[in-house]
Ligand binder design. Sequence first.
Ligand SMILES: NC(=O)c1ccc[n+]([C@@H]2O[C@H](COP(=O)([O-])OP(=O)(O)OC[C@H]3O[C@@H](n4cnc5c(N)ncnc54)[C@H](OP(=O)(O)O)[C@@H]3O)[C@@H](O)[C@H]2O)c1
Length: 255
Amino acid sequence: MRENILVTGGTGALGRHVVDRLAAAGHPARVLSRTRGPHIGDLRTGAGLGPALDGAGTVVHLASDPRDSSADVEGTRRLVTAAPAGTYLVYVSIVGVDRHPLPYYRRKYEAERIVEDSGLPYTILRATQFHNLVLLALETLAKAPVLFVPAGTSLQPVEIEEVAERLVELALGDPAGRVPDLGGPEIVSFAGLARTYLRLTGRRRPVVPLLLPGRVAAAFRRGAHLAPDHPDGRGTFADFVAATSGRSGDGTRAR
Ligand SMILES: NC(=O)c1ccc[n+]([C@@H]2O[C@H](COP(=O)([O-])OP(=O)(O)OC[C@H]3O[C@@H](n4cnc5c(N)ncnc54)[C@H](OP(=O)(O)O)[C@@H]3O)[C@@H](O)[C@H]2O)c1
């Protein structure tokens, strides 16, 4: 176990849970952020990395920007180059990045290989899509009078707190290379998730599957992003939506 932990992306949706759990376990972490806190830095330029890494024995690397390739690929390269020899790196990735053409996933895969080739001790955990991301997608799609979903596509969403829990365990343990994927407890069609969302939030919309063209949509239909052998998460999407919207699992108001 290495004292002094730096969490990149510690201000993000996942990172906040990781930082809270590390603190609760007696390991208050420093957080690298572009705008907040004492460790201001930017992976796109390398600014602030040196001071943030100073004396850090472990880096939990969660920072990512799907809209900016330089954050994930060049940013990870900058991080591993700036990290002193022996720094333990824990990297979070996404299930299926090695077999999926989505450009963001390709970049996550490249970042994985940068971590693997860095010469630093490392652990890489791949997780499936988080419940909150799926909910956000459905909230956006439900703004239209008809809720269109990608046909033939399933997801295996996982509870973000469980991903954080696993990452903390890994960060406080020994470097383990690529560890088993962490997938949500069930694989559910996009349409099924949409119906759950509508039911639990009291909305009414027709759910209409649309066959989307292209390699990326085909990869999602093929299930390249799923971890059927690792349905290890416990919380379901229905649990998550019910907790978020104050309704119980069967759609009635929670008391
Ligand atoms: N969302 C999912 O379904 C999912 C599934 C599997 C794996 N993951 C992975 O989990 C990680 C966290 O995802 P998330 O959903 O929690 O992300 P998020 O909420 O979007 O947070 C992104 C974080 O990255 C930081 N960041 C972005 N660009 C940066 C830069 N140039 N320099 C320094 N920090 C930067 C942001 O910090 P500031 O804004 O404070 O600078 C923020 O803390 C990502 O690596 C993602 O690939 C996500």
